[in-house]
Design a protein around this ligand. Sequence first.
Ligand code: C5P
Length: 401
Amino acid sequence: MDLAGKKIVLGLTGGIACYKAAEFTRALIKAGASVQVVMTAAATHFITPVTMQGLSGKTVFTDQWDARIGNNMPHIDLTRDADAIVIAPCSADFIFKLAHGACDDLLSTLCVARPATVPLLAAPAMNVEMWQNPATQRNLTQLQADGIQLLGPDAGEQACGEVGMGRMLEADQLLEEVIASFQPKLLKGKRVLVTAGPTFEPIDPVRGITNLSSGKMGYAVARAAYEAGAEVTLVSGPTALTTPYGVRRISIQTAQQMHDIVMAQMAAHGGTDIFVAVAAVADWRVANASSQKLKKNADGSAPQLVFEQNPDILATVAALPKAPYCVGFAAESENLLQYGEAKRIRKNVPLLVGNIGHDTFGKDDNQLVLFDAGGHTELARAGKQELARQLIAAIAARLGK
Ligand code: C5P
């Protein structure tokens, strides 16, 4: 329940993307938030207040002169205990109004009248030409200068049939952004590279050797780093997971490919500040992989596979002259405290995260032990996302943040 106890005022303005606001309301509530919906007159042409009331479980406000609030000041009262105001969808017209401080209906007045401590987030949704229009871009610049956080938009196919920027983010992406907005920006301005998932080492074009890593922990670390304000690249082996919003993902199959991408990132302009190696990298690859599918032999003999060792990505990065702050993971099956510390020293990394492999593979929760030069700290069993946030805080603390 990432939004437990949070009070969100959800503003809807006129746009086809209002249909996504229904799903978004459900997602917010499922995450523990309470949602107070406020709609402009235009929004009610796209989705009814009845639907939004049914989903939010609260009276929907659309009118500045609504007498249902005791003092008849909905523009004041609706935000006084709010944790955030989210406008989704936010039309080009409403962006203009926000940029100029217009107060000609309930939602715009409520935004201008919000306490300075209540963050305002806006998810633009409009046709690509409206998005690109210099007037819209001018207004957006003003919004950002005023500290209003923009969520998206995305590029893609639009309801009008045109293609380009202006699609509103999907409900789950909006939810991730709202959750992220409440996280402390401990890694603002930092570049973080995360490896995640298994690798797949081919035997022939249809077979290969892999391992049981689901990628969940690594993806959680990438998301937590993004939430903390970092610019995040995720180098991922084959997984079925959705890339966290805001994270750049590069997909690979083999350990050698992961190594090559990671090393290219290290050499790239600007480099990397923090490297978190969560991937379960195969220690060996098949040296005599076949370019054609291997066939069964008539005499019943099995193919003879020859293995060669893969490069150790973490150790290679840690040994660079200008190495980033390196964090390794160790999945052990026993003696975690002893093996974890030994591995940290062997890999020459300042921080190593230990867990028991068979207690974590594929699961949504985990239990971690952090090893550094000062000893070890245990992070109690919790969801992987929660643990990833604790790990990011631990890394930031070690970097003096
Ligand atoms: O030696 P071991 O595989 O147990 O070390 C685990 C740590 O090293 C993890 O952080 C893993 O991502 C990293 N690793 C690596 N390249 C390898 C093997 C492991 O980066 N070839």
